[in-house]
Design a protein around this ligand. Sequence first.
Ligand SMILES: O=P(O)(O)O[C@@H]1C[C@H](O)[C@@H](CO)O1
Ligand SMILES: Nc1nc2[nH]cnc2c(=O)[nH]1
Length: 344
Amino acid sequence: MTGYNSQNDVASSNGNQAGATGHKSTEYIAQENHTRSDNRIVCSLTPDEFRAVRMMSEDMYPYEMIQEIADFLVKGSGIRPKIGIICGSGLGSLADLIQNPKVFEYSKIPNFPVSTVEGHAGKLVVGCLEGVNVMAMQGRFHYYEGYPLAKCSMPVRVMKLCGVEYLFATNAAGGINPKYAVGDIMLMHDHVNMLGFAGNSPLQGPNDPRFGPRFPALVNSYNKDLINKAIDISKAMGIESSVHVGVYSCLGGPTYETIAELRALRMMGVDAVGMSTVHEVITARHCDMKVFAFSLITNKCATEYSEKKDEEANHDEVMAVAKNKQKACCEMVSRLVAEIQKSL
Ligand SMILES: O=P(O)(O)O[C@@H]1C[C@H](O)[C@@H](CO)O1
Ligand SMILES: Nc1nc2[nH]cnc2c(=O)[nH]1
């Protein structure tokens, strides 16, 4: 973290992140135009204002910093992955499928955030699955953890610069569609971006065209071919009656929804609700990755008022259902990877 010396109003410009790439300090100095020959800047902000500005810029990941993280992972694993997998709550075992895994703890990856939620181990696993090089996140970043959306989905850009062409995003979600049962799988074919409705996007801020266009289209974000393949796989697995195709919506969390909110979401055509995935999908589509995503329905969302405690969503239930259903989720993922392998 860049220091602030309130005594003589001078801020050092060689903090952690600047040290990693040199990018931020250069940018900051250029903007301030108060450079001194010793590479320190005279700062006229109060200490609190300065800290706020630094925190804002520390949440920005310029292309060069993402490239640096990607280089670290490719060099450290000796692998260029084709498929990136994000494991949802309690679904970390998807990464256990990977053969000859090279495991990177998030805390050891330069400039990587850390996981703070139970059921998200905080490890990146690189290796081979069904003959395809893959990279899996055992633990994603959520908005409610305090990370801005761009930081939550920054690993998707890291995947892209590692060579990933397909994103598989999984999540635990509450079922709003009355036909859904606990333990069902919903293949996502679209989403309602509630955080986006509120003016929040992972693509907010200056656009770097090396990732993608300023105004990306999101129709057909969820790859139809992969959805159809997953439906065929569910038939082959004999679980087609518990597999649906539906619409997911992401709310900010960490609270679960009120009855009124769930009713409103249902009226909007939402089938399952969660606290993730949408910003990852937006980031992936922005940089032209093919996306496949599914929700494991870990709880049924009540849309009638009730005093019954067991009708309230809770994270223990979410984790328990995910644990019970991880085998089917793992099989779905590995079979789909095998299908992609055939087409490579
Ligand atoms: O990471 P996902 O979206 O699978 O996790 C969901 C949303 C919250 O993080 C948590 C709530 O139980 O599960
Ligand atoms: N927002 C939200 N996220 C979830 N994750 C798992 N279940 C739920 C739920 O009911 N609501």
